[in-house]
Design a protein around this ligand. Structure first.
Ligand SMILES: [Mn+2]
Length: 342
């Protein structure tokens, strides 16, 4: 680790072109860690492009400089030009090229043999594309890891208020406001140090969690009415069709957090949210309590993965078929679901 940091530090010494890539459907951690790393590298005198596969969700657009993020889907030529010019490519908050999806994945695979990659990520089972691999599933978030990265390189003094806001946002969203099991004493120390930079932590909370549109709240009402609880599996799920989403003028990010309501049920140890989407089939989010392995379930049946308590997957099946697959596979996890250690 120390040697790897020394080697990177040497690479950061002369002004260079860098790119930072984050995952598709970027969340607070991807955007927060990406923006903070970009600012940090800018301060060291580098040209840095931050590239997202698709658009920044509305609830994160208030973060400074999100308007400068290059969106691969909208501007693939510019993104490719930046990546092909990059002396180093940082990939943040994902463990495999497939997480940027589609043509973006193909492009990264194409250039991988000629490029040097730095992975900073906290997902399980990292792929082997990065020459510099900072992978730690024990960390709360990639934002916590970017903080450690900067501090361990000896540049703690470069952290400013905007960077602290970015990193705090990432840690706060990935830990569910410091309540998920991934929150460690170190996480709290990092958050405390970030707060000491004069960030408005209450404003961040309000911007993320208390800034719903009326449509979103009405959609949440519909989702909660549709919540199904299966006591025999201590499992709750919500399935929303394309039509239901359209009825409430669904915008990307509107269903953020909905899956957690299933888990809010006192007897639920596992929760799923099924979303029907035109281009992508059905997307499913999973949440679990204690030692129920949401990521194993997502990986085994829904081409996905993630963390033990928060995972996601997708399928080309119809919404009904996807729910039926879910219901058929629950019995295999029954003892884990019923006897969860919390
Ligand atoms: Mn993350």
């Amino acid at each position: 680790m120390q040697q790897m940091l020394q080697n990177i530090k040497a690479l950061l010494e002369k002004p260079s072109n860098f790119s930072i890539v984050i995952h598709r459907n970027p969340d607070g951690d991807a955007i927060g860690s990406g923006l903070a790393l970009q600012t940090f590298l800018n301060k060291l005198g580098h040209q840095v492009s931050l590239i997202s596969p698709n658009e920044v969700p509305n609830y994160l657009k208030w973060l400074p400089k999100t308007d400068q993020i290059i969106i691969f889907e909208e501007n693939p030529e510019l993104a490719k030009e930046k990546l092909s010019d990059a002396d180093l490519i940082f990939t943040l908050d994902f463990n495999d090229f497939s997480r940027v999806s589609g043509n973006f994945t193909k492009y990264l695979q194409e250039i991988a043999p000629y490029k040097t990659f730095v992975m900073i990520d906290h997902h399980l089972e990292p792929s082997e594309y990065a020459q510099f691999k900072f992978s730690d599933p024990e960390k709360s978030s990639t934002s916590e890891m970017v903080y450690d990265f900067i501090v361990n390189l000896g540049y703690k003094d470069l952290i400013d208020k905007d960077m602290a806001t970015d990193l705090y946002t990432g840690i706060m969203t990935d830990t569910g406001s410091f309540k998920f099991p991934n929150t460690t004493p170190h996480t709290m120390c990092v958050a405390a140090d970030l707060m000491s930079h004069g960030i408005n932590h209450n404003k961040i909370q309000i911007k993320i969690y208390d800034s719903f549109s009326l449509n979103k709240l009405h959609l949440l009402g519909e989702a909660l009415n549709k919540l199904v609880f299966l006591p025999q599996y201590k499992t709750a799920y919500i399935a929303l069709s394309k039509e239901e989403l359209q009825k409430y003028h669904y915008q990307k990010g509107d269903t953020e957090g909905f899956v957690n309501y299933g888990l809010a049920l006192n007897d639920a140890n596992f929760a799923a949210l099924f979303l029907e989407n035109d281009d992508e089939g059905v997307r499913i989010s999973f949440r679990s309590k204690g030692d129920v392995p949401a990521n194993e379930f997502a990986k085994k049946y829904f081409n996905g993965g993630g963390h033990k308590n928060a995972a996601g997957g997708r399928t080309k099946q119809s919404l009904n078929e996807a729910v039926n697959t879910f219901l058929e596979k629950l019995p295999e996890f029954k003892s884990k679901l019923i006897h969860a250690n919390i």
